[in-house]
Design a protein around this ligand. Sequence first.
Ligand code: DC
Length: 232
Amino acid sequence: MSNKIIIAIDGTSSTGKSTLAKRISKKLNYKYIDSGAMYRALTYYAIHQKYISKNHFDKIKLINDIPYIYIDFRKNSTNNKYEVHLNGIPYENKIRSLAVSNLVSEIATVDELRQQMVRVQHTLGLKKGVIMDGRDIGTVVFPDAEIKFYLEATMELRAKRRFDELFQIDKNITYEEVLANIKLRDNQDTNRKHSPLKKAKDAILINTDNLTLDELELKLFNYINPLITKNL
Ligand code: DC
């Protein structure tokens, strides 16, 4: 019998958090929740409503819309993955663009929005058996998570990984703009006032630079396995 726990994975962008979280969730039959997708869906909404652009952000209008914005995760019956929905509409395919990436950290500074996202995240974790990745999962969302990981990697390697991913969908993208976006988001995510990205004191630090995905997965399972089998 296995003991269901909450697994928190934090770190800067493109450190491999979501890839590893997806793999682990599949093996454990846990729900994988990509908390960044929630901030991305909010950003897509704000762009669409013309509340935010490169030089303008009408925070108040977005905050006023909070009661009308319902974000949740629903299982896609074709691939069995939990995907972010905003007011019942799937947003997964619209939120990975550089246009969204360039504005999402600004959206993520707004405390009122964060509080609402954290409420949803708490509900998702009520029954445990959840692996959630993001920036504040081990520090703010689930400070009592049974296990927390903090992933790091060099900026250039992260930009290369993200560039390779984005280039598959957009052949006009350049490595330089991806690197600039990663620098911008690192800066905004770690220096913001509310729930900045930082390693929780009890998080296990994992450097992903020189390890393959299989090696990383094994490494994380070495920490996870004793916790999920301890109540046998
Ligand atoms: O994980 P990601 O790169 O898709 O996240 C997009 C942005 O959302 C990230 O730059 C900061 C924000 N974010 C956050 O502030 N808190 C989280 N728990 C997850 C993401």
